[in-house]
Write a protein that binds this ligand. Structure first.
Ligand SMILES: [Fe+2]
Length: 437
């Protein structure tokens, strides 16, 4: 047990937590698992002849993946409408378009929903199902103060998600991220009722992802694994007064520990192959597995400072989530947080393949940072820092730090090392240039 108790549930006892739990969708994994989607839907209670909505985007329609899934459902006797206008980093308005389609085409929603795509598509599908089932509009359920923070009380009909990137973990997470353009912020709807009922992970859906997106999404997956590995332990929190009071991000457990270790190994040893040779199905399969394991760890134990800092950057500069995570990880998750538990960061360095023989814990953490940066450089498609990413300079850092502290409390509370606005600004500054060209 150690240190920070700041993420303890609001209603708690004055003794340490002794119980952890994990909520997961059903998981179906492997080559051609997508061809078992109809079986999966029936297994969730969807009756023959039911009508569903396939939420996807134009890129997946062009690549043929949407036709493959829609054709499969059609053959199985389901009636499927397709919504293909999902946008990257979806805004509230874009999700409302999808909800409008549901309301125009159905009396009270479809019998089932399927999301096929990257994290943005999956978040659109999750939000649509939840809002249609609970009524109102997305902002009613977005965390306060941006939204009303109302609880979702209805799960809605079955939702199955098929990720086409090895990265976000949205297929298993209880969070949907939306951007609120007027306020230049990203916010989440966070609830077990947002989580999908099943995730179908098929590596053959990921081979058409171009190198750049493969690299960016991989760094997001790696971020989840590292943040899950280095966050506080579940029993450093105070015990919830009621089992329902436990936070969604509950700290690391023996289970998340196992998944983060395997995720770091799978992702760090396969990412170069997947980026440089997208047709390498074995590497793609290992990446998808690594991303799943990273999500099981990080999105259960809790993402932290790096993710908190990434949202204001992404929203203001419209950068991809994964490349933002990539740029911020060395200064935040590694350099800043290493002080929270130096021995753990030395272990993390070993998981990354760093030879730590004879190194102090601090030197091992420094070597880990070097190794991580070298990995990014080897991929050849990632920016060297915030400046290359989006032209961000020292002048922008006060705004970014203030936004992070003001809007990302949900994640900052989970950081293993206490955070101040001044510290966040320093971390942003260190991330301007991770290497010089
Ligand atoms: Fe992420």
């Amino acid at each position: 047990m150690s240190g920070d108790r700041s993420v303890s549930p609001d209603r708690h006892e004055l003794t340490p937590e002794t119980v952890w739990h994990i909520d997961m969708p059903e998981i179906r994994f492997g080559r051609d698992a997508a061809d078992e989607l109809a079986f999966q839907l029936r297994d969730l209670g969807v009756p023959d002849g039911a009508g569903g909505l396939l939420v996807t985007d134009e890129g997946l329609v062009s690549a043929g993946h949407a036709d493959r899934v829609a054709g499969h459902l059609d053959e199985a006797g389901f009636a499927v409408d397709v919504y293909e206008d999902c946008e990257r980093e979806p805004s509230i308005g874009a999700v409302e378009d999808c909800i409008d389609l549901v309301n125009a085409e159905t009396e009270d929603g479809y019998d089932f929903y399927v999301g096929l795509g990257g994290g943005s598509v999956l978040d659109t599908a999750k939000t649509t199902r939840a809002v249609v089932a609970n009524g109102g509009e997305p902002l009613d359920y977005v965390a306060a103060p941006t939204g009303e923070g109302e609880p979702l009380t209805e799960a809605g009909p079955p939702l199955v998600l098929l990720p086409t990137t090895a990265g976000t973990g949205s297929e298993i997470s209880p969070v949907a991220i939306l951007s609120v353009p007027d306020e230049q912020i990203k916010e989440g709807i966070s609830s077990n009722h947002v989580r999908a009922d099943a995730a179908v992970l098929d590596p053959t859906l990921t081979t058409t992802l171009p190198p750049e997106q493969t690299a960016k999404t991989a760094m997001d997956a790696l971020g989840h694994a590292i943040e899950g590995y280095t966050t506080h332990e579940y029993d450093s929190l105070l015990r919830a007064s009621d089992p329902g009071d436990r936070p969604v991000y509950g700290g690391r457990t023996p289970l998340t520990e196992m998944f983060s270790e395997k995720a770091i190994e799978l992702l760090s040893t396969n990412v170069r192959k997947a980026v440089h040779n997208g047709d390498d199905l074995e590497a793609r399969e290992n990446m998808l597995l690594g991303a799943l394991f990273g999500a099981i760890s990080g999105l259960t134990a809790g993402a932290s400072l790096c993710h908190a800092m990434a949202y204001p950057v992404g929203n203001r500069y419209h950068t991809y989530h994964g490349e933002t995570i990539a740029v911020l990880t060395p200064a935040s998750t590694i350099e800043y947080n290493a002080a929270s538990d130096p021995e753990r960061f030395a272990d993390l360095a070993e998981l990354f393949g760093v030879d730590t023989t004879g190194l102090s814990n601090a030197a091992a953490a420094a070597a880990l940072k070097d190794e991580y940066v070298q990995l990014q450089r080897d991929l050849g498609v990632l920016p060297s820092g915030l400046t290359e990413l989006a032209g961000i300079t020292a002048e922008d850092l006060d705004w970014l730090a203030a936004q992070t502290v003001d809007t990302q409390e949900r994640l900052l509370r989970c950081n293993p090392r206490p955070v101040t606005e001044a510290a966040v600004r320093d971390v942003f500054e260190a991330a301007l240039h991770n290497w010089q060209e």
